[in-house]
Design a binder for this molecule. Structure first.
Ligand SMILES: [Zn+2]
Ligand SMILES: [Zn+2]
Length: 387
């Protein structure tokens, strides 16, 4: 049995931006899928653009709809999906990018993001990376509608939450996951964040919210605006590494003790990890959320001598997403300043290039709003608000 998509959706067609070749996207019209008892359909209100999209955009070979940080309203919902997700049709939700199997060993822990079934590098399925050749094609948020697969993980968001702020849910969740859950930022601890992008800034905010004594942020000369935001979020010291030696600054600020936690959200290469090894405290920790394939010339002796560790992190747990939603839905959240740009579906190319630093230095977080600037002839009626 299938649920017909009526619910005020006045069209059978969906406009989506499809990446057709490396660095090339194209507007396409795709059929609105029928929704069976286990699935649902999201009318996308906003899709955040993340650094991962930039990498995927320029390396893609198979056509796909990018966009994995999605929020919107559920406009069609199968009976069993409603039971499983604990929502009703019309619910406003933030959707995680993962489609975990639900029954493997990691799915039975908070680590379901590591489930092989949702590992797109190993042929798994996830939002924002699965090709349009896989039915029903609507796997990414740079589209008016997103197919909600039976294995979707979603979170209810408040009715009055701004869609563009809600589109920052996942990067903000990453900041909490890495700085607080993985990095144990809190009272008595000094944290260095390398890279003041959206996730680095989220790490700063989360670390301070958790009570970290001191946060030091490293950025480049062109990151001036982002470093200003880092200060607003509570960073005690910001370092322009084009001007200052970051290792010397951290040594001075910590009285020679070093940082308890160094979070590299910038490059994960010999330079940034090298700084981490030099500036980390004894028994400290370096967490890398990005990495180059091979890192040469690292000072491993210092790491071993300090009994320090280096470890990878990626993504977020369920509770980190819950924290992000609570934080971003506060009416006066300072994180609103991170939401700097909104682009329409026909501007996905600019949205991704802006996030990649090709359109000026004031860009922090970009949202694609698939209804922004859409020609009226192709606009569907608002399924909830139009009555
Ligand atoms: Zn992302
Ligand atoms: Zn699994």
């Amino acid at each position: 049995m299938t649920t017909r998509v009526a619910h005020g959706v006045a069209t059978d067609l969906v406009r989506a931006s499809v990446v057709v070749a490396p660095g090339v996207s194209e507007l396409r019209t795709l059929p609105l899928p029928e929704i069976d008892e286990d699935a649902g359909l999201l009318r996308v209100e906003g899709a955040g653009v993340c650094g991962t999209d930039v990498g995927n955009y320029f390396r893609d070979t198979e056509p796909r709809i990018l966009g994995h940080e999605n929020v919107g309203r559920v406009v069609a919902l199968g009976r069993r999906a409603a039971e499983r997700w604990g929502i009703e049709e019309g619910a406003r939700v933030a959707v995680e990018e993962y489609l975990p199997c639900g029954h493997c060993a990691v799915c039975r822990t908070t680590d379901y993001r590591l489930c092989a079934a949702t590992d797109s590098r190993a042929g798994g399925t996830r939002f924002g990376s699965t090709p349009v050749t896989v039915e029903p094609a609507l796997w990414g948020g740079y589209s008016q509608y997103l197919y909600l697969h039976p294995r979707t993980v979603l979170h209810r968001i408040p009715e009055d939450m701004d869609a563009h702020l809600a589109a920052m849910t996942l990067p903000v969740a990453n900041g909490y996951e890495w700085a607080v859950i993985e990095g144990r930022a809190g009272p008595g601890r000094t944290i260095v964040v390398i890279g003041p992008g959206q996730q680095g800034l989220a790490c700063v905010y989360a670390a301070k919210a958790a009570g970290a004594d001191q946060v030091i942020v490293l950025g480049l000369g062109r990151d001036a605006r982002r470093l200003e935001l880092a200060r607003e979020y509570g960073a005690a010291v910001v370092v322009d590494v084009d001007e200052q030696d970051p290792v010397a600054v951290v040594e001075k600020v910590t009285g020679g003790a070093g940082a308890d936690l160094v979070l590299d959200t910038a490059r994960g290469d010999a330079t940034t990890i090298g700084w981490g090894v030099e500036m980390v405290a004894r028994r400290g920790q370096i967490l890398i959320s990005t990495a180059t394939d091979v890192v040469d010339g690292m000072a491993m002796k210092a790491l071993q001598w300090k009994v320090a560790s280096i470890r990878g992190v990626r993504g977020h747990s369920n509770s980190a997403v819950a924290w992000a939603i609570t934080t971003l839905s506060r009416p006066d959240t300072p994180l609103a300043a991170m939401s700097t740009h909104v682009f329409g579906l026909d501007e996905v190319d600019q949205a991704i290039r802006a996030t990649g630093g090709q359109m000026g230095d004031d860009v922090v977080h970009v949202t694609v709003d698939p209804w922004h600037g859409a020609p009226l002839a192709t606009l569907s009626a608002d399924p909830i608000g139009a009555s």
